[in-house]
Design a protein around this ligand. Structure first.
Ligand SMILES: *[C@@H]1O[C@H](CO)[C@@H](O)[C@H](O)[C@H]1NC(C)=O
Ligand SMILES: *[C@@H]1O[C@H](CO)[C@@H](O)[C@H](O)[C@H]1NC(C)=O
Length: 354
């Protein structure tokens, strides 16, 4: 018998499980988040619509997978100094996706956002046959701010290559919102779908306008303007804000609606992240909750907020460690235009959680 990696073992587990167990485990969109590269292989017998897309539009599936990875990378950046750092180790990540805590909400949202972003980007770059730049629409005039100073009275038009966010939006919906069982809507599914949409809107609702000047020697007699997606870092920042202000909800009696928990609380809007269960503290390793714990994490002994040793090490304390890292040094600029550096070994003091 060949040795199997963990992800292969996971695949075996899925194939051997009776359908109802898979149904529980396999929430909306989670195969994509867990393992973007093998989405088509894995979902072959699981999601009808996804399978269809795997067959008919493999190049788009490729972009979808890239987008899911973009999302997870951004998640790891945004959470880099928190107790839960969005580690995508399967043993823990899968558990996070099975719950309905804030972290689950963030992962779904950022993944859905990554997919709309990557697909749209590919369209604009001309990498897909099915889509391209946005056909100019009947938008109102761009804001004076976008056009630039001194633009009063000068002519402008929509043109250039705008990002066709609608196409990416549709693809993100088809992949992330694919349901296994038709008509079966439990609260968890509703929450996941809401957070997927919140992620997509963090891209779609924040399109920016770019303009370019035309005319003799930059005289700017005519400006061409187009719509671009926000940078993905900005999308991550915005979703982190939504994470911090996430709404706790519960299922209504009819099993089809979500209601906010607490008195006099305004209901969440479409761009808010929602969750239904409190997060664990993520201090100790716990496979059941998907927490890898914070032992061995590098912390900042002078910071008092996130990333500070007190918070990150959960009061257990830290030890100081000296590590040797290789860094660029003695850099010199050579005309023109290269910078050459030497490699130096630098000693660094690190604090590491006990
Ligand atoms: C995230 O946390 C895990 C588990 O504590 C750790 O192994 C990993 O190095 C951390 N990643 C980063 C980027 O700090
Ligand atoms: C540690 O935190 C302090 C205070 O917030 C900050 O100035 C410093 O840059 C941090 N150090 C590292 C290595 O992040």
């Amino acid at each position: 018998m060949l040795p199997l990696s963990r992800s292969q073992l996971g695949l075996f587990f899925i194939l051997l499980c009776p359908a109802n167990i898979i149904g529980l485990w396999w929430a909306v969109g989670s195969p994509l988040v867990m393992d973007p590269n093998s989405i088509c292989r894995k979902t072959k017998r699981l999601a009808g619509k996804q399978n269809e897309l795997c067959q008919s539009e493999p190049e788009i599936v490729n972009e979808v997978a890239k987008g899911a990875k973009l999302g997870v990378r951004e998640c790891q950046y945004q959470f880099r100094s928190r107790r839960w750092n969005c580690t995508s180790h399967n043993k823990y990540f899968g558990k996070i996706l099975q719950q309905d805590i804030r972290e689950t909400a963030f992962v779904y949202a950022i993944t859905a956002a990554g997919v709309i972003h990557a697909v749209t980007q590919a369209c604009s770059m001309g990498e897909l046959l099915q889509c391209g730049c946005e056909v100019t629409r009947n938008w109102g005039p761009p804001s004076p701010l976008a056009i630039g100073p001194g633009a009063d009275g000068s002519a402008w038009e929509w043109g250039g290559c705008g990002d066709d966010v609608e196409f990416g939006y549709e693809k993100s919906r088809q992949f992330m919102d694919a349901k296994r069982k038709k008509g079966k809507s439990d609260i968890r599914t509703l929450i996941d779908l809401h957070n997927n949409e919140a992620g997509r809107l963090a891209v779609k609702n924040y399109m920016r306008t770019e303009c370019k000047c035309h005319g003799l020697s930059g005289s700017c007699t005519l400006r061409t303007c187009w719509k671009k997606m926000p940078h993905f870092r900005e999308v991550g920042d915005r979703l982190l804000e939504r994470f911090n202000g996430a709404f706790k909800v519960m299922g209504g009696n009819d099993g089809k609606t979500i209601i906010p928990v607490g008195h006099n609380i305004k209901p969440p809007d479409k761009q808010d992240l929602i969750y239904s269960a409190e997060s664990p503290d993520f201090c100790q390793a716990n496979r059941k909750t998907g927490s890898p714990g914070t032992r061995g994490r590098v912390c900042n002994s002078t910071a008092l907020d996130v990333g500070g040793c007190d918070l990150l090490c959960c009061g257990r304390g830290q030890r100081e460690e000296t590590v040797v890292v290789e860094e660029n040094c003695l850099c010199r600029f050579h005309w023109c235009c290269v910078v050459q550096c030497k490699k130096c070994n630098v000693k660094k003091e690190l604090s590491v959680c006990l």
